[in-house]
Design a protein around this ligand. Structure first.
Ligand code: GUN
Length: 298
């Protein structure tokens, strides 16, 4: 039986951060341009606050101009839209991210679609979704999580996935659908599975590349994994565990990591896999947005 490798997303993200920092230094020196990222958070969701803090810290470590706008949970939709409009007009800001989820009284689509496509570093604007769906992956701003997953898949399998079968479990707009578009653009044969799929274990066992993005702790069992497959675990689930009579919370993915590792060629861990790669892709998108704003190509 094969025993796979643990894919070190944290190390790969650190490597990319070094490259982004030096490209940012060169951009400042040669063009007097500093990439600017604005993150907007509405309300007090604790997980969102952790993500936003990480994004700000990483942006600063890459040498970006980084601003965070924290708005109270009862902020009106009109005020959030006004904030987005102001950031759209701000020449020091090249990337805008409104952290999701938003409070129930705010229409997420209305807010997401108000961000200028050229500042849409999340890749959620219909213009960017459309470019990606049309296979124009080079021109689109690609959502950060699937973009990071794709780099890790390429490290394992190569850029051309001809002949490979990929199964994406989860059909969200943030992960599942764009992930499927990227895999398809790389010539994989792609299936999107979801909660209504029949015989999910059997389908997963056909996957050379298995991407789990369902948000259910360790739902994908080790014996669902095809021997030699590459497994990408997008799930970040907080579960309560009891240790020595004490209850504490622990992060776990959508995949039974040890079980998958026994059969796969490589598996991403949680934490330390997809998460750090997601954040660094946001920096990569912001650097690119800054360059494009000044007419400097990639
Ligand atoms: N909430 C969870 N993931 C994301 C993401 O990638 N972007 C934004 N804006 N909000 C999120």
């Amino acid at each position: 039986m094969t025993h796979g490798a643990r894919i070190d997303g944290k190390a790969k993200a650190a490597e990319l951060a070094t490259r982004i920092s030096s490209a940012t230094g060169a951009l400042k020196e040669q063009h007097g341009l500093q990439p600017g990222l604005a993150v907007v958070i509405v309300g007090e969701d604790p997980a969102s606050q952790v993500y936003v803090r990480n994004k700000k810290r990483t942006a600063e470590s890459c040498g970006f101009h980084s601003v965070q706008h924290s708005l109270p949970a009862d902020t009106s939709e009109a005020d959030v839209l006004a904030m987005v409009e102001a950031l759209n007009r701000d020449p020091a800001i090249h990337g805008i991210l409104v952290q999701l989820p938003l409070p129930d009284h705010i229409d997420e689509q209305r807010v997401t679609q108000a961000i200028l496509p050229e500042k849409d570093v999340d890749g959620f604007h219909y213009i960017n979704i459309g470019k990606l769906a049309a296979g124009d992956t080079a021109d689109a701003f690609v959502p950060c999580t699937p973009a990071g997953c794709m780099l890790m898949i390429e490290d394992q399998v190569g850029k051309d996935l001809s002949g490979k079968r990929a199964v994406v479990v989860g059909r969200s707009n943030i992960v599942g659908k764009p992930m499927a578009s990227l895999l398809l653009a790389a010539n994989a044969t792609v299936t999107i599975a979801h909660s209504r799929t029949e015989d999910l274990p059997g389908l997963c066992r056909e996957a050379d590349i298995l991407v789990a993005a369902v948000g259910r702790p360790e739902m994908i069992r080790g014996d669902w994994v095809k021997p030699g497959a590459v497994v990408i675990d997008v799930g970040i689930n907080r579960v309560e565990v009891t240790e020595g009579g004490e209850s504490r919370s622990r992060l776990t993915g959508d995949v039974d990591f040890d079980g998958a590792l026994a059969r796969a060629s490589a598996v991403t861990p949680v934490p330390g896999g997809v998460g750090p790669m997601t954040i660094i892709m946001l920096m990569s998108n912001t650097l690119r947005a800054a360059k494009l704003s000044a007419g400097i190509g990639d």
